[in-house]
Structures are given as structure tokens and as C-alpha cells.
Design a protein. Sequence first.
Length: 202
Amino acid sequence: MEKQIRVVALVGSLRRESYTRRVVNALKDLAPEGMVIEIAPLGAIPLYNEDDDSDPPLAWRAFRNQVHSGDAVLFATPEYNRSIPGVLKNAIDVGSRPGGASVWSGKPAAVLSVSPGSLGGFGANHHIRQCLTFLDMPVMQQPEAYLARVASVIDAGGRITSSETVEFLRRFVTAFEKWIRRFEKDGYKESTAARAVSIQSK
């Protein structure tokens, strides 16, 4: 029996009734057996400041530890001004430091962008992929996930009302599980462990 996979999801919207958060919560129910998705809180993470590397805030430590202990990362983002929200970029920066101890390096990832408009957060989706390439994260390429006109396919309670969208999201999260297991078998954890030494104490 394969071990359970733990995915840490980063939601780029802080809004309480965020469409992006609702979609990630829906994904939890669509995930294959053996995969658990948990949302990492981003709103309380202080802005990255290199001056604090020697004595990092507790919120930095908690976030780094949560990501480091997960098996993979799901980046779920709305689009702000054709790019990613500042809260998500800050989380990426915090997790990448201190130098040589990035929690991202080698960890499998997937990107989901959500938009009330017709482009599905295309700009944000591709901007975040630029960051993840630099951070040495193997990012799932297919299926791509641009969820456009999201207000028309999800209700206030977070239920996906479109059977076509439900099926697409199910395929997406199932493909992600297969992507993660591929890298698990390749031993990515062992290769990244040395680069994430002393996460607990930094």
C-alpha cells in the first residue's frame, strides 16, 4: 500500500470568501485516496527582510516547517494586475531563505490559477512558474489549470456546480498525485534534505 501524500496548498488570496480558497477546498474532496491537501496560512507571515535571517520571526519558522514537512506544494492563485498577489510572492521569498536552506528545492509542485474573468489567471499562472523554475521545483506541466469565469461554476458554499469543471479538477488532482509519486520514487526527499538542514532552528 502506498503511503499517504501530504500536499501543502498556498492560496494567494486573503479574502474570506475567496474563489481561489473555495476551489482548493473543493479539491480536497476530489483528491485521490491517499492524498491530503492542507492550506498553509499566509496572512500572518511578516514581509521578508534579510535583516531578520539571524533571528527569524516565529511565523517564518512555522511556515518553513510546514512546507518542508509536506510532500508537495500546490500554488493556487488569483491574478492581480496580470501577476501574482504580494502575499504569495512574500511566502515564496520567505521559504527560499536563508541561502542554502530553501524549503522549495526539489519539491514537486502544481499551479492552479482562478479568475472571474475569461483568461483564467493566465498571467499569474505563468509568472509564478518563472519563480518555481528558479527555485528548482519540478512543476507539473499538464494538465494546465486555468479556471476562468469561476463565479459561474461555484456557489457560496464552495460547491462546484458544473459537472465538467468537477471532472476537470478531478483529472488535475489525480495527475498531480501521479506526478508527486514519480518524484517520491526518484528519492527527491533525500536529495533535498541536505539543502534544508537546520530548518527547525533557523
